[in-house]
Design a protein around this ligand. Sequence first.
Ligand code: DGL
Length: 267
Amino acid sequence: MVRTIGVFDSGVGGLSVLQHIREALPEANLIYVADSGHVPYGGRSAVFIEARAMALTRFLLSQGAEAIVIACNTATAAAALPLRKQFSKIPFIGMEPAIKPAVAATKSNVVGVLATVGTLESARFAALLDKYGGKVKIVTQGCPGLVELVERGDLHSAEARRLVERYTAPLLEKGADTFILGCTHYPFLAPLIREVVGEEISLIDTGAAVARELKRRVDTELPPRVKLGVVGSETFHTSGAAERATLTMGQLWGKDVVVEVLPQAYS
Ligand code: DGL
């Protein structure tokens, strides 16, 4: 049996995490679900997101997933606790804005957080600030519209630039020298963000740290699997339109992909 890992996000953003998971676990089969039929999660209620997270988890388990990465900051904030309670034998690895490393990195003592409104308003985020914020000033900025850009594969248009300028300007004005990309869609906009804010600003994302944590938990908590020297596969699913998903996911993943539509029972 091959190691099988399930990964889900509100849409295609979690592919930025999947890239790191592929590097950390080259032999594992990876099953990715984009909940693009319900994206964005950012303005949705926690109750709605929790119900979606439960459905997507049930689908991933039905496909043989042994551990699940919640490749979405917003879904982690809304649903990590109930998921862990409901599926107590399954390791869940969630995502949070990287406050701790950003606080360690800032020289101006001002950190900017770009994230969804749902993440920024969550109790989990407030607890994170209490725990790691310390004396550093944390300036937050909700970014409605950025997720939708990435869902369309629009990483560089004039409209994308306008939105990125609008959301980064207040953080720059307040003196932030370190920006946290607190949503898994945003790493795909990092080249544009870099162009807008310049070379002096540090951009921090948690994809690599999450992949390392996944590997640690897989190695310590799951039964070993025989490695036959095979390279793991990736399978892609969406609750949205297959044609759009095939285009955007192929673009973001960097090669052609076949995207299957999620069965009705999980949509
Ligand atoms: N990728 C999700 C996150 O990390 C985006 C949430 C949304 O759909 O608004 O928060």
